[in-house]
Design a protein around this ligand. Structure first.
Ligand code: GLC
Length: 479
C-alpha cells in the first residue's frame, strides 16, 4: 500500500509514456528555496505568468518523429525507429544526423508565433536550444552540428540563428525567455564515445575511468551554456533537461529511470549555475529532477498534479500528443486546454503548453485556430487567471478557485468536462472560509447577476446571456 503522503502526489491524466514523472513521486521532497533575493523575486513574478509556450523544434521534425529518442538504444515505445529510415542502428544514426543537410524551414517567422500565442495569454516561452540529439539550434562555436553550419541549408537564411530570432521576437512582445538545454548530448564524442557502442541514454563509458574525456564533456557543456547565457540577450529561465546527467549520490532509487544510471555523471552544476547567474543575474535555473540548489521549480510532465503543491511548479503538457512535430497530430480541444489551465492554476502551478513547429518553420493551421479560440476566452477571463494564487478549497466538484494576490478577490471557475460546455441557469458553490463577498460578477456577462448567500455558500442565477459563455463560467467575488 502507498502511504497517504505518496498518494497525495499521484498525478492524474498521464497522457503519454513519459520518461520522467511516470510514477508516484513526491516532487516537493528535497526542494531548496533559493536565497538570492533576485531569484526569489523572479520566481514570485514567474508564478504570476501562469501560461507559457514550450517549443520542441529540430531537424527531427522533418521525419515527424519523437524528438531525439530514436537514437537511444533502449526499447521503449518512444524510441522506436521506422524501417525506412535505416536498416541497421548505425545506418539509422547516419541518416538521422544527415537531416542536418536538408533542414530548411523557409517559412520561419517567429513574429507570427508571438502574435498568436500572446493573444492567447501566453507570457513566457521555453525553446529547445539543444535537445538530446545534440543538434544546436543556436550558433555555438563548440560544434559544427548546428543550424548555422554551412552543412545546414538554412544557414544561408538571414534568420539562421533561430534561437536568437525567437528570443528577440518574443522578448519584444513582453514574453519572459526560457532556454531549454539538454545536458546529455548524444552527438558528442565525449558523451557517447565512438570507441564503445552506446548502451542506453547514459554516458557510454565510466567517467571515473576516463576522467579526461568526461572533463572535456564538462567543458563543452559549460561553454555552450556560457554562449547561451552571454550571446542571446536577457534570459529569464535556464531549463536543463536530461536528469540522468547528475551526481551519482543524488539518484533516487524510488524513481525507475534513475535506477538505470550506473556511473557518476557529475557535470558540476555549481560551476554552471554560478556562471549562468554571473551572466544573467537572478536567472531561474531548473536542473530538472535534481533536487537542491539548482532546481528552482519542479516540472511534472504530461500530467496535472491532483492537489495543490506549495513550492513553485510547472506542468509541461503537449498541445497535440507529441512534443515534436508529427503530421496530423491530435490537437486537444480549446475547452480541454482551458480546463487544464484552470486545474493547474487552482493548484498553484504554471502551465507550459508545448506547440511543435513543423519542418517548414510554421505551426499547423489547426494550432492557430485553437489559439484564436483561447484568445476569445482570455479576453474575457484573464483577470481571474494571471497574478493569482491558489486558495482553499482549491477544487470542489466542478468548481475551481483562485484568488488575487492581495486576497481581496476570489475567482470561481465552473467547468463541465463531460460536455461541450453550456452554462446552467443556476449555480451554487462554497465560499472560501472567512471571505466576506460584497460584490459578484460573472466575467463576460454584462447583466447584473442575482446572487444569494446562505451560510458558507452562494447561489447565482444566470441570465440568458449565459448562452454566450464558452468553455466555463467564471464568477468573481470581491470583499
Ligand atoms: C519528455 C521527452 C523529452 C522532452 C521532455 C520535455 O521527457 O522524452 O524529449 O524534451 O519530455 O519535458
Amino acid at each position: 500500500m502507498l502511504s497517504k503522503k505518496t498518494k497525495t502526489f499521484f498525478f492524474s491524466s498521464l497522457l503519454l509514456s513519459s520518461t520522467f514523472f511516470s510514477q508516484a513521486h513526491n516532487v516537493s521532497e528535497g526542494y531548496q528555496k533559493p536565497t538570492d533575493p533576485l531569484v526569489v523575486q523572479n520566481l514570485e513574478n514567474w508564478q504570476d505568468l501562469k501560461f507559457g509556450l514550450f517549443m520542441h523544434w529540430g531537424t527531427y521534425s522533418q521525419w515527424g518523429i519523437v524528438e531525439s529518442w530514436s537514437l537511444c538504444p533502449e526499447d521503449e515505445s518512444w524510441t522506436q525507429r521506422k524501417p525506412e529510415h535505416g536498416k541497421s542502428y548505425n545506418e539509422y544514426v547516419k541518416n538521422y544526423e544527415n537531416l542536418q543537410t536538408t533542414f530548411n524551414p523557409a517559412q520561419f517567422n517567429p513574429q507570427r508565433w508571438a502574435d498568436a500565442t500572446k493573444k492567447a495569454g501566453m507570457k513566457y516561452v521555453v525553446f529547445t536550444t539543444k535537445h538530446h540529439d545534440g543538434f544546436a539550434m543556436f550558433d555555438t562555436q563548440q560544434s559544427d552540428y548546428k543550424i548555422t553550419s554551412s552543412e545546414t541549408p538554412f544557414s544561408k537564411n538571414p534568420k539562421a540563428d533561430v534561437t536568437k530570432e525567437i528570443f528577440n521576437t518574443f522578448r519584444n512582445e513582453g514574453f519572459k525567455i526560457g532556454a531549454y538545454f539538454s545536458k546529455p548530448d548524444w552527438h558528442s564524442d565525449d558523451y557517447w564515445w565512438p570507441y564503445f557502442p552506446p548502451k542506453d541514454r547514459n554516458v557510454n563509458y565510466d567517467p571515473k575511468k576516463y576522467p579526461e574525456r568526461w572533463e572535456n564533456f564538462k567543458k563543452f557543456t559549460f561553454n555552450q551554456l556560457n554562449e547561451i547565457t552571454s550571446n542571446y540577450g536577457k534570459i529569464d529561465i535556464l531549463w536543463l533537461d536530461g536528469g540522468w546527467v547528475r551526481p551519482f549520490k543524488t539518484i533516487d532509487p524510488k524513481v525507475e529511470w534513475q535506477r538505470t544510471i550506473k556511473v557518476e555523471q557529475d557535470i558540476d552544476m555549481d560551476k554552471i549555475g554560478t556562471m549562468a547567474r554571473k551572466n544573467q543575474p537572478g536567472i531561474i535555473i531548473v536542473d530538472r529532477t535534481v533536487p537542491g540548489k539548482w532546481e528552482n521549480y519542479v516540472t511534472p510532465e504530461q500530467a496535472v498534479p491532483e492537489s495543490v503543491i506549495s513550492i513553485p511548479w510547472e506542468s509541461c503538457i503537449t498541445m497535440g500528443d507529441s512534443f515534436s512535430y508529427v503530421p496530423n497530430d491530435n490537437y486537444k480541444s480549446s475547452q480541454k486546454i482551458i480546463e487544464t489551465l484552470i486545474k493547474i492554476i487552482s493548484r498553484g502551478g504554471n502551465y507550459l503548453m508545448n506547440i511543435a513547429p513543423g519542418p517548414n518553420g510554421d505551426y499547423d493551421a489547426l494550432v492557430y485556430e485553437r489559439l484564436k479560440e483561447i484568445s476569445g476566452w482570455m479576453e474575457k477571463n484573464q483577470s481571474a487567471v494571471f497574478a493569482t494564487r491558489a486558495i482553499a478549497p482549491y477544487h470542489e466538484g466542478n468548481f475551481y478557485y483562485t484568488q488575487s494576490k492581495d486576497g481581496k478577490t476570489v475567482n470561481i471557475f465552473h467547468l463541465d468536462e463531460k460536455i461541450n460546455y453550456q452554462a446552467p441557469s443556476a449555480l451554487s458553490f462554497t465560499i472560501p472560509e472567512n471571505f466576506k463577498p460584497k460584490s459578484l460578477k460573472v466575467l463576460g456577462v454584462k447583466n447584473k447577476i442575482k446572487w444569494e448567500k446562505s451560510g458558507n455558500s452562494i447561489e447565482i442565477k444566470l441570465p440568458e446571456e449565459r448562452f454566450q459563455l464558452k468553455y466555463t463560467t467564471v464568477i468573481q467575488i470581491s470583499e
